[in-house]
Design a protein around this ligand. Structure first.
Ligand code: NAP
Ligand code: ZN
Ligand code: ZN
Length: 357
């Protein structure tokens, strides 16, 4: 076994503390990655706090991992020693069910193995994530990262990036869509300007959207939203401003991490427009079916992205210089980083520097 160090929470709502554990010995398809940076996703906080139920302690969060390959198994073909790589939310899946065969591993019928807080069906035990110094992952679930990039700013792409890239690509398509600029002629709404939200704004612009409307509860984020590429910023608590958006938007990406009323956003969609939930609060309020039925609006959700499209997204970001706006942070400052994420005060992703372990 390989000795590893990280930070773990030992019960719900408790502070994360230094934690020693072991990674498995390298199998023939395994890559041993020394972690350089790991983003802090709101999902880490949900799971540390057991917001979704089923958390297993100790829990070592972290699924926005960038690092360097320091050893490879005898049968690894995708990566060489020294390669710059990424690991996102999944580290394995059954590889034999229908969804795995279709390349949508996140929907594996037998349950994808998540990077942390997940039973490891192949090797036993529970997975531990990227708030640590090293990780061992099968090469099929490791992504290539262009090494000339600012790697700390790449880390959030592994979750916040793919989770917004994938639904925008999916829902901006149409019979006359230009694949290079699928947003052309479209109006996109982004609800919540945090880690996912700020990436959604960047992708909507990179895809050529005519308008990008940010809905925020935090008035002080207005200038940032415009600098990130929004064409308009709406304070979502202002009912009058919300009414002005009626029937305007083609696609809304909803990244809100807390329970919230979706009715004003459904009203902002044009007929047959799409409201896509990516945020995962523990619950959402009941809906009036009339808000969907009359104008045939679509309410849907999206889960991260598969491995193929995650690589596509990383390549797109390298080509178009789309990177996350980050606040670098350290393990000793984890508690304050968590507090700031929980109070919507992150600009716009905290990223841990593994050197601070
Ligand atoms: P984040 O950085 O904390 O951003 C969430 C934003 O939501 C906040 O910045 C805030 O934006 C808004 N918000 C927070 N509380 C609110 C409230 N009570 N009412 C209205 N708006 C509120 O979180 P994140 O890392 O982007 O993650 C967002 C959500 O996506 C989380 O639930 C996370 O678990 C989930 N997630 C899902 C997937 C997936 O595959 N679907 C992947 C990753 C994360 P404003 O200040 O602008 O209002
Ligand atoms: Zn995440
Ligand atoms: Zn499967």
């Amino acid at each position: 076994m390989i000795a590893a160090r990280g930070y773990a929470a030992h019960q719900a709502h408790s502070a994360l503390k230094p934690f020693a554990f072991e990674r498995r010995e390298l199998g023939e398809k395994d890559v041993h990655i020394e972690i350089l940076h790991c983003g802090i996703c709101h999902s880490d906080i949900h799971q540390v706090n057991n917001d979704w139920g089923g958390s297993t302690y100790p829990i070592v969060p972290g699924h926005e991992i960038v690092g360097r390959v320091v050893a490879i198994g005898s049968n690894v073909t995708k990566f060489k020693l020294g390669a710059t790589v990424g690991v996102g939310c999944m580290v394995d899946s059954c590889r034999s069910c229908g969804p795995c065969g279709d390349g949508v591993e996140q929907m594996c019928e037998n349950g994808a193995t998540w990077t942390y807080n997940s039973r490891d069906k192949r090797h036993g035990g529970v997975t531990y994530g990227g708030y640590s110094d090293r990780i061992v992952v099968d090469e099929s679930f490791v992504l290539s990262v262009a090494e000339h990039l600012d790697l700390a700013r790449v880390a959030p792409l592994l979750c916040a990036g793919i989770t917004t890239y994938a639904p925008l690509r999916r829902w901006l398509r149409g019979p006359t869509t230009d694949p290079a600029l699928p947003g052309r002629g479209k109006r996109v709404g982004v609800v919540g300007l945090g880690g996912l939200g700020h990436m959604a704004v960047k992708f909507a612009r990179a895809f050529g959207a005519d308008e990008v409307v940010v809905f925020t509860t935090t008035a002080s984020k207005k200038d940032d939203a415009l600098a990130l590429g929004a064409t308009e910023v709406v304070l979502s608590k202002a009912a009058d401003a919300m009414k002005l958006q009626r029937n305007r938007l083609d696609v809304i990406i909803d990244t809100v991490s807390a329970n919230h009323d979706m009715a004003p956003y459904l009203a902002a969609l044009r007929p047959e427009g799409v409201h896509c939930l990516v945020g995962l609060p523990g619950e959402i309020p009941a809906l009036n079916p009339f808000s969907l039925v009359g104008e045939q609006k679509i309410l849907t959700g999206s889960s991260i992205g598969n491995i193929r499209e995650t690589q596509e997204m990383l390549d797109f970001c390298a080509k178009h210089e789309v990177l996350s706006d980050i606040e670098p942070t350290t393990f000793s400052a984890l508690e304050s980083a968590y507090k700031r994420v929980e109070t919507s005060d992150v600009k716009y992703r905290f990223v841990l520097d593994a050197k601070s372990l």
